[in-house]
Ligand binder design. Structure first.
Ligand code: KIV
Length: 271
């Protein structure tokens, strides 16, 4: 006897459909249960448990150090919070570059152990065999082109990508390959808006932009950046939709003062 549980979560099929209906797709990073629950309740299409957790959660200078097991640990909390939202887990550096077989093995482990719905990995033609094998194995894959932070040591920084014609042409070609391979979406990071628009028109799957203008099919931001928690990080593409960093500091200062003054806890806050 088989048990079929109807899912209330967003699906990759619905994400693809949004491109046809022209509904913009919304995605934010998420790394923990508590914030993910709030974001899920606010209403969003997709969570990305990004390898940016390496910077945001662990304080590393790059995304390179985070491991498969650390990504799985963080993703489990997000999955528990996701009532409606599709959960995409980033494959970290080293988990898909060695061989296509190794990549699929890691993708299967990451989905099995985290409960995520899909994986994301960075790159184009170079990793096409891995992507093809994953999709053949039934794993939904989100591509990622443009500024791919796992290649920071090759790029020499986090600047705008694909300004020159040759790189722009390669990016368009890569996007078409990922689309033909069956990726359900492609993240386009920090590329000229005109190129992002061209890519968006050239592929059947939705494009999700970050620093790529407003003609992509959707947008993604790092949650801590858009909430103003990551103070001092202010690239041109980033909008602060709140200033929670200031609110956290104000709240902590008030708490410290109240403890010093013995005004916390007061008589209503005692047993
Ligand atoms: O890891 C991440 O947060 C990402 C986004 C910037 C797209 O890949």
């Amino acid at each position: 006897m088989s048990v079929h549980v109807e899912s209330k979560r967003m699906t990759t099929a619905l994400i693809r459909q949004k491109k046809l209906t022209g509904d913009k797709i919304t995605m934010l990073t998420s790394y923990d249960f508590t914030l993910a629950r709030l974001v899920d309740q606010a209403g969003i299409d997709m969570f990305l448990v990004g390898d940016s957790a390496s910077n945001v959660v662990c304080g590393n200078g790059t995304t390179l150090p985070i491991t498969v097991d650390e990504m799985i640990f963080l993703t489990k909390g997000v999955v528990r919070a996701a009532q409606h939202t599709l959960v995409v887990i980033d494959m970290p550096f080293g988990s898909y570059q060695v061989s296509a077989e190794d990549a699929v093995r890691n993708a299967i482990k990451m989905l099995k152990e985290s409960g995520a719905d899909a994986v994301k990995l960075e790159g184009g033609e170079e990793i096409l065999p891995a992507i093809q094998l994953m999709i053949a194995a039934g794993i939904p894959v989100c591509g990622h082109l443009g500024l791919t932070p796992q290649s920071v040591n090759q790029f020499g920084g986090y600047g705008l990508r694909a300004k020159e014609q040759a790189e722009a042409e390669k990016l368009l070609h890569d996007a078409q390959l990922l689309d033909q391979a069956g990726c359900f979406a492609i993240v386009l990071e920090k590329i000229p808006a005109a190129l992002a628009e061209k890519v968006t028109k050239a592929v059947n799957c939705p494009t999700i932009g970050i620093g790529a203008g407003n003609k992509t099919d959707g947008q993604v931001l790092v949650l801590h950046d858009m909430l103003g928690l990551n103070q001092g990080f202010q690239p041109k593409f980033l909008r602060h939709f709140a200033e929670l960093g200031e609110q956290v500091k104000t709240a902590v200062t008030s708490y410290v003062t109240a403890v010093h003054e013995s005004s916390f806890p007061n008589e209503n806050e005692c047993y």
